[in-house]
Design a protein around this ligand. Structure first.
Ligand code: 5GP
Ligand code: ZN
Length: 114
């Protein structure tokens, strides 16, 4: 756990969250400021600062996260599709320095993003 990391504190239960799922590798919870009717985040339990910091050891976790996203999306009724977003770094719009994947659905999403 990284000191002063918001998502590490959420994973540890030090900050409350609306949990959807967790296992040994990941934690999934609803975004506090939803941008779509369904908007949740999936994060690795290990503190990885961003997608840019992945390596051979941690890359497998991302595959496991994507498999879980597909299952959760089905369970949450997103049969019509959804979007997986990773904001990476400052220009990518990342505001929390702990790798996370947004999952958004329940409405038609615009493309390209601003
Ligand atoms: P980023 O901008 O880094 O890609 O995404 C960070 C996300 O974390 C934002 O969508 C923001 O609404 C969400 N977020 C920030 N603080 C909290 C919090 O305390 N709880 C939850 N559930 N989500 C948060
Ligand atoms: Zn962290």
């Amino acid at each position: 756990m990284a000191q002063d990391c918001l998502f590490c504190k959420i994973i540890a239960g030090e900050i409350p969250s609306k949990k959807i799922y967790e296992d040994d590798l990941m934690y999934a919870f609803y975004d506090i400021d939803p941008q779509a009717p369904v908007h949740f985040l999936v994060v690795p339990k290990e503190h990885i600062p961003s997608a840019d910091q992945l390596d051979e050891r941690t890359a497998g976790t991302v595959g496991r996260i994507f498999l879980t996203i597909a299952r959760l999306a089905r369970e949450l009724g997103l049969e019509n599709g959804y979007r997986i977003v990773n904001n990476c770094g400052e220009d990518g719009g990342q505001t929390v320095g702990h790798l996370h994947f947004h999952v958004l659905g329940g409405r038609l999403l615009a493309w390209p993003p601003g």
